[in-house]
Ligand binder design. Sequence first.
Ligand code: AR6
Length: 231
Amino acid sequence: SENSLMGVKSSDIKVAEGKEVVERNLGPEISLDDVPTLAFPSISTADFQFDHEKASEVIVEEVEKFLNKVKIVRLVLVDLTHGSHMLSLVRAKAAKINLDSTKFFTLVGDITRLNSETGLRCTVIANAANWRLKPGGGGVNAAIFNAAGQALETATRECAGTLSPGRTVIVPLPPTSPLYEREGVTHVIHVLGPNMNPQRPNFLHNDYTKGCRILREAYSSLFENFKSLVN
Ligand code: AR6
């Protein structure tokens, strides 16, 4: 296909390039696997129906702010398909402001199988959660709860009952979780984004002033929580 070059996917090439440059900058004593990496899905832009153009702007701006503060980290925006509209919007905006592509890049894949399928080790992954922090409901939430097994449900119950929009919560994964064992994920950060879907709770009635503010809060809280795990 157009995304393949002798069996190598374009997403792999992106990672490989990033790897080379990061390793050069880090020097021989630190390997890329030691760079704390957060993988996150695009919050609110599928089931919650948030405008993609606006969401991509928020993502790139919040990533830029965070990378100006915190140096040795990587942030990776993940989506399932090469056709992802969010990934292309974000890539274009990130390139426009010259965001460091070794510290922030996009990746096509299942966020619950990044290590086993792309070789990228992300110790922390974010979830686009619902306010009750319940499994199921489709989307990335169902995928993460399924992959992590009962352990995540129990650990989540111990950490939090509900979330309000714009808030996030860190849940440590028990080492017995398949997501920990197979993929090396040590923490899941649940994120509740703004909701523009009338069928879901806290519907914002197309109020994008409020919506963008909440989405910014959500990403900034996600990145700060990731930072607290790194330190
Ligand atoms: N790996 C990577 N990305 C994924 C995966 C996956 N396995 N599955 C979906 N995505 P959504 P929201 C992408 O709908 O809009 C849930 O039911 C997807 O393509 O999961 O914040 C919750 O319970 C999209 O880019 O989250 C909430 O009620 C992104 O993940 C509600 O949906 C987010 O899509 C949250 O809606």
